[in-house]
Design a protein around this ligand. Structure first.
Ligand code: NAD
Length: 495
């Protein structure tokens, strides 16, 4: 029996008013139907926003530590169901079990962090320039938030948004990506079982064009938190800009790993392989460019190619598999088209480059780990986000050129440098234009209690993750209390 998943609105699971559903299949084996989901209409979004609005005053007035207390229970329930949800995630979007367990773990960590953060929610208290006057800042909730998520971190990203949004006193309507609605449904189940009051969390599945568009245009939605492509992010910025609605955008990347002549090459190889081919290259922080200093290029490339050939590819439910499929036929076609673009541009294809076929590979969307050498910085494969297992190797003379190349794209999410020279590392930290820089570590591997996000076309300056997420979902209020008993004019009476 295939499960039909429902929307969750006002504390009740129910069908869409459209009476339509869509299917979600396992990208490693398309004969495996994960479930059917509501193909929701604008009316469903409106009902969810109404429910979220109705729940808002009661939730806003609940003390923050009490709101955060629910997060202990959410973390524990996620812990208990970690294995079940990880397996569902692997079936739903293909990444291997070790990674889907990590994805759920990130949700657990985010819940633990939120549980404590509800007792912080610091504002600042500062002295006044006047006598008998107090000044401080508080963070207040805003109302209904629309959360729109991508498919590559089906539990972690919804938790990054949902937990700080509700811990700070907002109510939410979440729309997951159409490839991964089942994992988000499980998260809603857990939040509901933890006792979160009805209407605080609402979940509506369907397309970006219908559900997403209604959410971003809805006049009663006070803020949008979006993670996804830069293309859709720009559309969201345009729509929300018309009414100056708060919007937090976490978008694409074209991350580079610099390998200097003095690098520990073993470490740099481990980092490059994990960064480029983990999650089949479908991470916003994936390493898609290796920027290698000429002195170690040949040695580094030879071993990189050798190890890429040994990666075991297959269905991620098999514990021995290291790299799963692409999420969809469309994503596989995108990868194939970029391989052709690389060849046409004159880059040297040194390993991979093909869709995998035959046997179980025919059931899904598998592609070889692929490496291009002799890539020049302006080639499209060095500039555009591919979102697949394709790595471009660019050779440079020195650190200055390495940093120039690394910075030479429209994106600025993650970055990395492998060197034993502390001075070179410090210069790189100063000059690299990115939201995240790793020294002697790969471009992937963010931890949930630190700010996460990027510069340039990777976002609009917000940082989801860590304590900064708690600022995104709140309005700041500056409070002045004058207990002098007289009119005191700032800048006038005290000068
Ligand atoms: P996507 O932009 O295609 O879709 C993201 C979400 O937006 C989905 O839920 C989709 O249905 C919705 N959507 C699409 N059109 C919409 C519209 N007009 N209005 C409102 N919502 C709409 O991205 P994707 O393919 O799901 O994910 C891959 C992308 O996400 C990559 O570019 C990747 O770099 C990026 N990403 C970024 C981060 C980050 O934190 N910076 C993290 C993960 C993924």
């Amino acid at each position: 029996m295939v499960e039909e998943y429902l929307n969750f609105i006002g504390g009740k699971w129910g069908k869409s008013k459209s009476n339509k559903t869509f299917e979600n299949r396992n990208p490693a084996d398309t004969s495996d139907l994960v479930g059917t989901f509501q193909l929701s209409s604008q009316d469903d979004v409106d009902a969810a926003v109404t429910a979220a609005q109705a729940a808002y005053p009661g939730w806003r007035d609940t003390p923050a530590p009490e709101r955060a207390d629910y997060m202990y229970s959410v973390a524990n329930k996620l812990r208990e169901r970690k294995e079940e949800i990880a397996k569902l995630m692997t079936r739903e979007m293909g990444k291997v079990l070790a990674e889907t367990r990590g994805d759920v773990q990130e949700g657990i960590d985010t819940a633990d962090f939120a549980a404590g953060e509800g007792r912080h929610m610091h504002g600042q208290t500062v002295p006044s320039e006047l006598r008998s006057k107090a000044c401080y800042v508080i963070h207040q909730p805003m109302g209904v938030w629309g959360l729109i998520t991508p498919w590559n971190f089906p539990v972690a990203i919804p938790t990054w948004k949902t937990f700080p949004a509700i811990t700070t006193g907002n109510t939410i309507v979440i729309k997951p990506a159409t490839y991964t609605p089942a994992c988000t449904a499980k998260l809603m189940e857990i939040l509901d079982e933890a006792g979160i009051p009805k209407g605080v969390i609402n979940y509506v599945t369907g397309t970006g064009g219908v559900v997403g568009e209604r959410l971003i245009n809805h006049p009663d939605v006070k803020g949008i938190s979006f993670t996804g492509s830069s293309e859709v992010g720009k559309r969201i910025a345009e729509v929300t800009g018309k009414t100056l609605k708060r919007c937090s955008l976490e978008l694409g990347g074209k991350n580079g790993q610099i390998v200097m002549n003095d690098a520990n090459l073993e470490l740099a190889l481990d980092g490059a392989l994990w960064g480029a081919f983990g999650t089949t290259g479908q991470r916003c922080t994936a390493t898609s460019r290796i920027i290698v200093q000429e002195g170690v290029h040949d040695e580094f490339l030879a071993e990189l190619v050798n190890r890429a050939k040994q990666i075991k590819i297959g269905n991620g439910l098999d514990e021995s598999v290291q790299m799963g499929p692409l999420v969809s036929e469309a994503q596989l076609k995108t990868v194939e088209s970029y391989v052709q673009i690389g060849i046409d541009e004159g880059a040297a294809l040194v390993v991979g480059g093909h869709r995998l076929t035959g046997g179980d590979f025919d059931k899904g969307f598998f592609h070889e780990p692929t490496i291009f050498d002799q890539v020049t910085p302006n080639m499209r494969i060095a500039q555009e986000e591919i979102f697949g297992p394709v790595l471009s190797v660019i050779t440079v003379k020195d650190l200055k050129e390495a940093i120039e190349v690394l910075n030479g794209t429209v994106y600025g999410l993650s970055s990395s440098i492998y060197t034993q020279d502390v001075n070179a590392a410090m210069r790189a930290i100063e000059r690299i234009e990115a939201g995240i820089t790793y020294v002697n570590g790969p471009t992937i591997g963010a931890e949930c209690h630190l700010p996460f996000g990027g510069v340039k076309e990777t976002g609009n300056g917000h940082r989801e993750g860590g304590w900064t997420a708690y600022e995104i979902f709140t309005e700041m209020k500056t409070v002045y209390i004058d207990y002098s008993g007289k009119l005191q004019r700032a800048q006038i009476d005290n000068k």
